[in-house]
Design a protein around this ligand. Structure first.
Ligand SMILES: Nc1nc2c(ncn2[C@@H]2O[C@H](COP(=O)(O)OP(=O)(O)O)[C@@H](O)[C@H]2O)c(=O)[nH]1
Ligand SMILES: [Mg+2]
Length: 257
């Protein structure tokens, strides 16, 4: 069984992508299931086969422990790790080829607390990969792109498994996607773009230097990845994504520590 985690900032398209990947695998003859790990989600664009909400109840946490919505979300995120055994046996019972794992809306609840990395490390599967979704709508300038790529690298450092970066909402940035991909695919062009961005945006020289230093360090440490542009609306980019998934999954788990 392959475990495909889907992480990303709030609203970047994790749940939508989860539903599209499971649909694609099912249409192509594989047995894929979805696991929802977001205890706080109200509506999902798919019907989860295994659901953390059957084990962790936000409403109950709020009334029984007298917590506000934020406190209950944090408590619920921490409780996810304690339900690993139950979730694992539900998934194993279904015996899928692929399990697509949708994670909490707010990335910090999953990636930057202890519970999420614990779950990722201890969930048993033959191969694991994390898809990090970068919200295409947030990539307005090259400097901005580097700051999001930095979140992607930081997630990779936290989860320590192979990662594929996907830029979602390509249908909404059709007029800019070519430019974005041109500099996202070349260090030289990205550095040039940062220089001209600085002029356009009244960005201070200090900020420009900081961005270039961060970028250089990311390149030196091999954590820069060209994201795969993708649309959850049109499915444009699905073949690139699934091709990349099968390559990474067949290579086995890549450690980054
Ligand atoms: N146009 C467009 N909208 C998208 C795309 N991906 C997600 N959305 C929308 O963005 C919103 C947030 O998506 P969701 O999958 O719930 O994000 P999550 O919070 O990361 O799980 C929803 O209204 C989606 O319909 C995309 O590729 N294109
Ligand atoms: Mg979601």
């Amino acid at each position: 069984m392959d475990a495909i985690f889907v992480t990303g900032t709030a609203g970047s398209g994790k749940s939508s992508l989860t539903s599209k990947i499971v649909e694609w695998y099912s249409d192509n003859g594989a047995f894929a299931i979805t696991l929802n790990l977001d205890p706080g989600v109200m509506h999902l664009p798919y019907k989860p086969d295994v659901d953390i909400r059957n084990y962790v109840d936000i409403e109950k946490l709020m009334t029984e422990l007298n917590l506000g919505p934020n406190g209950a979300l944090i408590m619920a995120a921490d409780l996810v790790a304690t339900k690993l055994d139950e979730i694992q046996s539900e998934v194993d019972g279904l015996n899928p080829d692929h399990v697509i794992i949708d994670t909490p809306g707010q990335i910090e609840l999953f990636v930057y607390r202890a519970s999420g990395p614990y779950f990722v490390t201890n969930f048993r599967s033959d191969n694991k990969v994390n898809i990090f979704t970068l919200d295409g709508m947030l990539v307005s300038t090259p400097i901005n792109y580097v700051s999001i790529a930095l979140i992607a690298a930081s997630v990779r450092m936290r989860l320590k498994i192979a990662q594929i970066d996907v830029m979602t909402k390509r249908d909404l940035i059709a007029d800019r996607i070519q430019d974005i991909m041109r500099w996202a695919s070349s260090r030289l062009l990205l550095e040039k773009a940062i220089d001209s961005d600085a002029g356009q945006q009244q960005t201070s020289t200090d900020y420009k230097i900081l961005t270039r230093d961060i970028l250089q360090s990311m390149y030196r440490n091999g954590v820069v990845q060209t994201p795969i542009p993708f649309s959850n609306l049109t499915m444009n980019g699905m073949l690139n994504l699934t091709g990349s998934l099968s390559r990474v999954l067949s290579q086995g788990e890549e450690k980054f520590d």
